[in-house]
Design a binder for this molecule. Structure first.
Ligand SMILES: C[S@@+](CC[C@H](N)C(=O)[O-])C[C@H]1O[C@@H](n2cnc3c(N)ncnc32)[C@H](O)[C@@H]1O
Ligand code: SF4
Length: 375
């Protein structure tokens, strides 16, 4: 059991906490936006209670219980090519998470150039938990186990910190943690990221990535309309998936595909399918054929992710360029699927997918099925 974290002061970007405190003090909801705008426009320098137009009761609540920013950036590492910056963020109780800025011009399909303030808008990869209990065998975060859930405000603060470095257009929940295991905080955080009187991101510019927490996938379209879903699949059969992703034992592949279909029926949107390419493990000819058959006819976009070394003594190797190309060809030309190979950036600062592990890794263990199945 992970210890409950106690945040004092509470982050002002924590919408549920702020709403509850305002309600209890009889403060009108309309003042939430004014407080956020004040903090954002002053780059965190302005105290929440000094937002213009607040009644005395709101000022008192804010002064006693809330702070503009509760986390701090300990270190920023930028890759040699300038494409990626990794932020090490310290939370108020000493836990640490990482967030990654990727300067990638999605519209042009290529890296957009170095860390230029005011340059092309970037994508921010945020963390939702400190560590993760799901224990995927190829993921650095998975080796840590779960140390704690982030509060909604701490997730939002990652965008706040990144925005001080460069303008952010997209947010992807592909950092540390399984976002659907910290569901209520992630939903509240996305609502603040997309609120016009807070950060005003378009919902379609926010992607929540999951290893497949079925009950939460089904509620997502109603709770976060317009937000995109990415599903980390990694294998075309239950037997192979269970060896890579322990969560597959709690959420088997047939039920996962049914949940994917139900999600799509409810959201009306396509889903990004992520597939980490592991040499000789899930990148063989028969895997490509089985994946093509599994996804054929579904509204999905397959992203083949070159494996990033996650530990010094690694059991996996990245697939060769030849295997990646062949796999993509089978999906595209054999099965009519959209399939791309992800352009990986930031490996030299260990800032690529699956490499985030701000704390030292704990002893690796296979998670209990009961533990995985309780989101
Ligand atoms: C770190 S996870 C966080 C979001 C969520 N827990 C999930 O699994 O989708 C984001 C993505 O990174 C991928 N990933 C994990 N370890 C990786 C590695 N060593 N190399 C490349 N991608 C990796 C995951 O499979 C997933 O698609
Ligand atoms: S890949 Fe995602 S679900 Fe799996 S251990 Fe890493 S963070 Fe957790």
């Amino acid at each position: 059991m992970v210890a409950q974290r106690c945040l004092r002061p509470a982050p002002v970007f924590d919408e549920p906490a702020l709403r509850r405190a305002f309600e209890a003090a009889g403060v009108k909801e309309v003042h939430l936006g004014a407080v956020w705008q004040h903090v954002i426009s002053s780059a965190g320098a302005g105290r929440p209670e000094d937002a213009p137009g607040l009644p005395g009761s709101a000022r008192e609540v804010l002064q006693r219980h809330f702070a503009a920013v509760t986390s701090s950036v300990q270190e920023v590492k930028t890759s040699a090519d300038g494409s990626t910056s990794k932020l090490l963020i310290r939370l108020q109780d000493g836990l640490q998470v990482e967030a990654v800025i990727m300067r990638y011009d999605a519209s042009a399909g290529r890296y957009a150039g170095g860390p230029r303030p005011g340059g092309p808008r970037a994508t921010l990869c945020v963390s939702s938990q400190v560590g993760c209990k799901m224990g995927c065998t190829f993921c650095a975060t998975g080796t840590m186990g779960l140390l704690g859930d982030l509060a909604a405000g701490e997730i939002v603060e990652q965008l706040f910190h990144a925005s001080q470095i460069c303008p952010i257009r997209n947010v992807v929940f592909m950092g540390m943690g399984e976002p659907l295991n910290n569901y209520s905080a992630v939903v509240a955080a996305v609502r603040t990221l997309t609120a016009p009187r807070a950060f005003g991101l378009s919902p379609s510019h926010v992607t929540v990535s999951t290893v497949g927490v079925i009950p939460r996938m089904l509620t997502l379209p109603a709770d976060l309309p317009g937000v995109r879903l990415a599903l980390s699949l990694h294998a075309p059969t239950q037997a192979l998936r269970a060896t890579l992703v322990p969560a597959a034992r709690a959420y088997p592949l047939d039920r996962l595909m049914a949940a994917l279909d139900a999600y799509q029926a409810a959201s009306g949107g396509g889903v990004l399918v992520e597939y980490v390419m592991l040499d000789g493990v899930n990148d063989r000819e028969e895997d490509a054929a089985a994946l093509g058959a599994l996804l054929r006819g579904r509204d999905v976009f397959v992203n083949l992710i070159p494996y990033n070394p996650a530990a010094a003594a690694d059991t996996y190797r990245p697939s060769s360029a030849l295997s990646l190309g062949y796999f993509q060809h089978v999906l595209r030309d054999g099965h009519g699927l959209h399939a791309t190979v992800r352009q990986e950036m930031g490996q030299d600062i260990a800032g690529a997918c699956g490499q985030l592990a701000a704390q030292a890794a704990g002893p690796q263990r296979t998670p209990d099925i009961e533990d995985i199945a309780s989101p």
